[in-house]
Every structure is written in structure tokens, then in C-alpha cells.
Design a binder for this molecule. Structure first.
Ligand code: UTP
Length: 482
């Protein structure tokens, strides 16, 4: 038998196997165009089909795709206990000791940075990885560059080899590597930047039928930021962390240029309280702000999404008039390596959540359709669903203006424009704090476009220490301090 014959035979048997698996589930329509596919296309389609994790999906297509999952929230919700932003006299010593411990952990090389960058960024609507988008109002810095500079500065400050793990998706993995390689990983040692791709799940129509993105491709989408836990384990990244002696993973999303991944207080509180997973929160801007709410039910810490959160709880007030459920999730977490190792084992399942999205698909006539409104259901795991699994999870309140201004949308709230404004505002605060006069307009807005590169300063204290070398700002100046 020639190689070609053997290959054809094996493809035939794989085709038979796939057909059987699909038939059992009423999904054989995805092989409709098989007769007209080239051998390479057949190979691709078989690979897509063979990648479907039926062990996960069999249980949820009916409950999460055909029907909407039951999202009744527990009826015993109470607000999460939160470590306040400012300690107050009773906690002052605790915060000081925690900050010292956090610094020691950083200096001992126990903390790794972890960016989840596998999302599709559909709302922002850019081609390619979101981390490659220029986000600073001046200085042309991309999100990846800001993070790389932050890591570089922390490595210098703590004299430690802080590795940077980046989760991509199969859809942007190569592009991400190319982008970083073309910039020489922004000066970080190549072996300390570790990239790996997350898993994908198929998209369905509302009847639970698999969608085709082309006649030879399933419509596949990344399995959510919660997929990062499994991907850390299966990619070998977790093993790599263990071999380097890393104990704490500093998790942040690719879209937040203000993030402070090496916060000694947060790290120290996390470690000293025995937390396995911690989260930063901020006081909600209003009762119905579209952020997750940190709550406790049955003794477990959890995030209830704004869309599921009952209105009466959102509006509830304490005796002092303050908002009862005030802690909004910022998606900035610390996770113990041991915790991820414990939960990401074989039988591990993060709950899947349903998202309705517009997905390009091939219809029954073989025509490509580009819907403008949601036609498909995607399933995603969310990282905060790991909180109820953690021992002693900790919640720390921070100042949103200092740490959070994500770039999610093309315009309006959480857009490039709002994030640039917030970057300038933070830089001006840090400068004024160091004694620099910032020209302001009559409405109080800065009359300068200024940002502070992480390579120059990681926080206001850093700026203060370098105050002698700081420039004089004139109205209309546009400057990136680095
Ligand atoms: P978002 O929820 O903002 O989703 O992700 P997104 O895919 O980036 O953007 P839209 O919804 O399509 O506009 C929050 C963070 O989680 C990462 C994103 O890259 C971002 O850092 N993420 C999201 C993943 O890494 N994988 C996913 O499957 C989803």
C-alpha cells in the first residue's frame, strides 16, 4: 500500500468515526459539503470536529443553548467582606505588615504576571491582538508595551526574575508572537515571556446545531477567560511556574492600561490571610453599574453579574445610607499556583455561561451569511467562577481612577477615548503629588496631554522620588515621560 493510499484510508476511517459521533447528536449536517472539499479542507474539518469536547458539551447544549440556563440567584446573598482601600487605625499595622510581606514575595521571585489575551475584542473592532493596539494618548504605546515596561520596572525594583505568561487563542496566537518578537519582547528576556493558547468551543444556532464558518470549518470561539485555568495546566505553563518556584499568579486582562500587577499590599494581604484566590474591587459608580457584584451565599464568595443581580438588592441601602452591595469586580486577581493545580485536574469543570453573538456562518444553501444581530450562542467560562472554589478568598477595595480604565468599546464608556482621558488624569495626579504644576482649564481638566511610562514610574511614590528631574509643563504640551 502506498503512503497516499494509507492516508486516504485513515481519513476515511476518521470521517466514519466523526460521522457516527455527529449522528448520535443530530449534528451530521456539518459534513454536508464533504464531497466537494479538497483533501486539505477535509483534514481541517476533521480536526475541527475531533477537537469538540463532547464530554463537556453533551450536558449543556440542551440546558444552555436550546434553552436559557436557569440564572436564578441564591436568595441568601449578603455583601462580601471587603478590605477597605484605606486601612483606618484598626488595620494600619496589618496593611503595613502585608505591604512588607508583599515586597518580600516579589523580591523572592514568587510572583508571576499573567495576561489573558485570548478574547476576540469584537466590541473594539480591531484586527489582530488587542494587546497590539496603541492606547496611550501620546508616546504610541501599545497595551503589550505598557505591561512589558511594568514588568521590566518591577524586575528592576525587586531585583527578581518576574516571568510573564500570556494566554492567547488559536485565532491570535501566531500574530501575538510575531508582534512581540518584532519588538524584541520589549527588552524582556525571551525565556521569561511564555505564550500559550487557550481552548476553543463551537458556536451553535439557537436550535443547538453546530455552525459552520466555512464549508470546511466549524465556527469556533475561545472558551472564555475562565478557560485560562485549564489552559495553564494543559499548556505546561503551570508546570513551568512550579519549576521556577512561582507561588502566586497575578492575573489581569489585556485591556486595562492602568493595571498595577505588582501591588505589595494586595499580594501581602492575599498571602498573610491564606487566600487561594483574591480579587480587587471598586466602589460602584451607581447602583446599576454594569460590573459584577461581590456577594456571599452559603458561606461562599461569588460574583453575581449585573445582568443577573436583582434590582432590589442593587438599590438596597445600609442604615448609614451607603450602598449595601457596593463592591464591583475589576477582574484583577491573585491565584495561588497550588490552587490552580488543585482545581484544574482532569475532572475539573468551570461552569459555562451563555453569550448570544453575531457569528458569520454558512447557511444550508452553502452561502456565507454575515448577520448584524446575534444569531448564535457561544459558551464561555468566566474566571470569577473559581472564587467559590477557593479557600479564604480575599477582596480588596482600590481606587478605580488609579488602577482601572479598560479599553472595551470603540466609543463611549470604557473606550480608547475614556481610557486615554483616565491615563492623563492619573499622570497629572502623580505629577501634582510630586510638586509639579499641571496647567488646567477652567473646568479643572488638564490642559496638557501627558502620560507617565511604567518604565519611568510604577506609582506616585516613584514620581516623587524623581521630582528633581521633572519637567515644567506648559499649556498644550504633549509629552510621554519616560
Ligand atoms: P472581554 O470580556 O472584554 O471579551 O474579555 P473580549 O473577547 O476581549 O471582547 P469582546 O467581548 O469580543 O468585545 C476580558 C478579558 O478576557 C480575555 C480578553 O482577551 C480580555 O483580556 N479573554 C476573553 C480571553 O483571554 N479569552 C476569552 O475567551 C475571552
Amino acid at each position: 500500500m502506498t503512503d497516499a493510499m494509507a492516508e486516504a484510508g485513515s481519513m476515511e476511517s476518521r470521517h466514519r468515526g466523526c460521522l457516527e459521533t455527529l449522528r448520535e447528536r443530530g449534528q451530521e449536517h456539518v459534513l454536508l459539503w464533504w464531497p466537494e472539499l479538497t483533501p486539505a479542507q477535509r483534514e481541517q474539518l476533521l480536526r475541527d470536529i475531533e477537537s469538540i469536547p463532547w464530554n463537556i458539551l453533551d450536558g449543556v447544549i440542551e440546558s444552555h443553548v436550546v434553552r436559557r440556563p436557569d440564572r436564578t440567584v441564591p436568595d441568601d446573598l449578603t455583601p462580601a467582606e471587603v478590605y477597605p482601600q484605606s486601612p483606618g487605625p484598626d488595620r494600619e499595622a496589618t496593611y503595613q505588615a502585608a505591604t512588607v510581606q508583599g515586597r518580600e514575595l516579589l523580591s523572592a521571585g514568587k510572583v508571576a504576571a499573567f495576561t489573558v489575551a485570548g478574547g476576540q475584542g469584537t466590541r473594539l473592532g480591531v484586527d489582530g491582538p488587542k494587546g497590539a493596539v496603541v492606547v496611550t494618548p501620546v508616546g504610541d504605546k501599545t497595551l503589550f508595551q505598557l505591561f512589558a515596561e511594568t514588568i521590566g520596572a518591577a524586575r528592576h525594583r525587586y531585583q527578581a526574575d518576574i516571568p510573564w505568561y500570556i494566554m492567547t487563542s488559536p485565532a491570535n496566537h501566531e500574530q501575538t508572537i510575531e508582534f512581540l518578537a518584532a519588538r524584541d519582547f520589549f527588552g524582556l528576556p525571551r525565556h521569561d515571556v511564555i505564550l500559550f493558547a487557550q481552548g476553543m468551543l463551537p458556536a451553535f444556532d439557537s436550535a443547538g446545531r453546530l455552525l459552520l464558518a466555512a464549508k470546511h470549518r466549524l465556527a469556533l470561539a475561545p472558551d472564555g477567560h475562565g478557560g485560562s485555568l485549564k489552559a495553564l495546566a494543559t499548556s505546561g505553563a503551570l508546570g513551568d511556574m512550579q519549576s521556577r518556584g512561582i507561588e502566586i499568579i497575578s492575573y489581569f486582562q489585556v485591556d486595562n492600561p492602568l493595571v498595577k500587577p505588582f501591588d505589595p499590599l494586595f499580594i501581602g494581604l492575599h498571602a498573610s490571610t491564606g487566600s487561594e484566590m483574591s480579587t480587587k474591587v471598586t466602589s460602584k459608580a451607581d447602583d446599576l453599574e454594569r460590573v459584577g457584584n461581590l456577594c456571599v451565599s452559603g458561606g461562599k464568595l461569588m460574583v453575581i453579574e449585573y445582568s443577573d443581580f436583582p434590582d432590589e438588592l442593587a438599590h438596597e441601602r445600609n442604615a448609614d445610607g451607603g450602598r449595601t452591595f457596593d463592591a464591583g469586580n475589576l477582574a484583577i486577581h491573585l491565584l495561588n499556583v497550588d490552587f490552580v493545580d488543585r482545581i484544574a485536574g482532569d475532572s475539573f469543570r468551570m461552569p459555562l455561561r451563555r453569550a448570544e453573538k453575531a457569528v458569520v456562518y454558512v447557511d444550508e444553501a452553502g452561502e456565507l451569511q454575515t448577520p448584524t444581530s446575534p444569531n448564535a450562542v457561544k459558551l464561555e467560562a468566566f474566571i470569577f467562577d473559581a472564587l467559590p472554589l477557593a479557600q479564604s478568598p480575599l477582596v480588596l477595595e482600590v481606587d478605580r481612577a488609579e488602577e482601572f480604565s479598560p479599553v472595551k468599546n470603540a466609543t463611549g464608556v470604557d473606550s480608547l477615548e475614556s481610557s486615554r482621558r483616565d491615563q492623563i488624569a492619573r499622570a497629572c495626579r502623580w505629577l501634582e503629588d510630586a510638586g509639579v504644576t499641571v496647567p488646567r482649564k477652567t473646568d479643572g481638566e488638564p490642559d496638557v496631554t501627558v502620560v507617565i511610562a511604567p518604565s519611568f514610574a510604577l506609582d506616585a511614590d516613584d514620581v516623587r522620588r524623581q521630582r528633581d528631574g521633572l519637567l515644567v509643563l506648559h499649556r498644550g504640551d504633549s509629552v510621554c515621560i519616560e
